[in-house]
Design a protein around this ligand. Structure first.
Ligand code: BYC
Length: 316
């Protein structure tokens, strides 16, 4: 087959919704885009453990602690499925870690904000995992097979995460006046950064058009952001919390909520490394990697000894 016919075969699979698998021919840019998106997604899951990990020792009850611990462990699992999916495209895990630790790779802007109160655990579950589900459910049908399959399990777990966050917010908003205030304050701080998770507006998103054409992305950044605003505004009513956006208003004609202006300067500033916690997050990952060196060395030494021993047995 010529490159031309390989391309035709690939295009026809995309059109027919047949998933692309690791051994299939694919255009270089498709491979590059997937490595970029899947590795950034994996890094986000791993860095995303840090803001919540901050509250495990301070959870208000044994039940809350057990649930939060399980949630943070789930995020580690998501990171690992995603690193494995990216590896099928020809990049190694060491290369991806290196890109993260050197500051070359991006990860979600949302995890560069601090977790200041227990209500932040509720707000993160409700809003951040809620935004993640909105973005990730369509990725269960993304055109690259290993990514789509990883997302099925990730989404099931994210759905539990979102519910646990909403339940924390519900308990706080129905609690004492101080607890209600803490919930509102967390909502106010996490609302705008959650909207930024969906990425820049479509008109300023260099990757969306091509990714939608390749069916990597099923919806654009603005489409998903709007769905999230519509759903979350209704949920805030159930919680009895005030929307942090004074301009939010139902638009009968559009059948959607109109909402206020997002501060894109703040977004780009965080993406470029100048958010409130960027340095702290990367330092934590680098330290974990360096402090874990002895474990990797020990595992390799053990594997080498085992190999030598089984070699001896075979020879005898
Ligand atoms: N933060 O052309 P665009 C989670 C970058 S984990 C930082 O629209 P694309 C969770 C973008 O990478 C949540 N950077 O890009 C975990 C691009 O830069 P490069 C993570 C962002 O890829 C633990 C540039 O801006 N979810 O939920 O078409 C606990 C232009 O953007 C951001 C995923 O990763 C951002 N928010 O669309 C709880 C989902 N937005 O790479 C929860 C999978 C954009 O060209 N990823 N950038 O240098 C996606 O769906 C897409 O990659 C995005 C961006 C919608 C995020």
């Amino acid at each position: 087959m010529t490159v031309h016919s390989f391309q035709e075969h690939f295009d026809s699979k995309i059109d027919r919704e047949v998933s692309i698998e690791p051994r299939d021919w694919m255009p270089d840019d498709y491979r590059k885009t997937l490595i970029r998106q899947i590795s950034q997604h994996a890094h986000s899951e791993i860095i995303g453990m840090l803001p919540e990990g901050n509250w495990i020792t301070r959870a208000p009850s044994l039940r809350r602690k057990a649930v939060l611990l399980a949630k943070v462990q789930d995020e580690a699992g998501h990171g690992l499925y995603l690193y494995s999916a990216a590896e099928t495209l020809g990049i190694t895990r060491d290369q991806m870690y290196d890109q993260l630790h050197s500051g070359k790779a991006k990860y979600s802007s949302i995890f560069n904000y601090p977790t200041l109160s227990w209500a932040d655990m509720g707000a993160i579950g409700w809003l951040v995992d809620g935004a993640a589900i909105m973005n990730q459910v369509p990725l269960c049908r993304t055109s690259y097979g290993p990514y789509a399959r990883a997302m099925v399990r990730v989404c099931k777990e994210e759905s539990f995460h979102q519910r646990q966050g909403f339940e924390i917010m519900l308990s706080l908003s129905r609690g004492t006046e101080a607890q209600r205030k803490m919930a509102q304050e967390a909502f106010d701080r996490w609302w705008w950064p959650s909207l930024m998770m969906f990425g820049p507006p479509d008109a300023e998103s260099p990757n969306t058009e091509q990714s939608v054409r390749w069916r990597i992305k099923r919806f654009t950044n603005d489409e998903l952001r709007q769905k999230f605003v519509d759903v979350t505004t209704e949920q805030a009513k159930v919680l009895g919390l005030e929307m942090p956006d004074k301009d939010i208003k139902w638009n009968e004609e559009r059948g959607h909520y109109d909402f206020g202006k997002i501060d894109w300067n703040e977004f780009w500033n965080v993406v470029k490394g100048n958010g409130p916690c960027n340095k702290q997050r990367i330092d934590a990952r680098r330290n974990a990697w360096e402090n874990g060196q002895w474990v990797r060395d020990a595992a390799l030494a053990h594997a080498a000894k085992r190999k030598a021993r089984t070699g001896e047995t075979k020879a005898a």
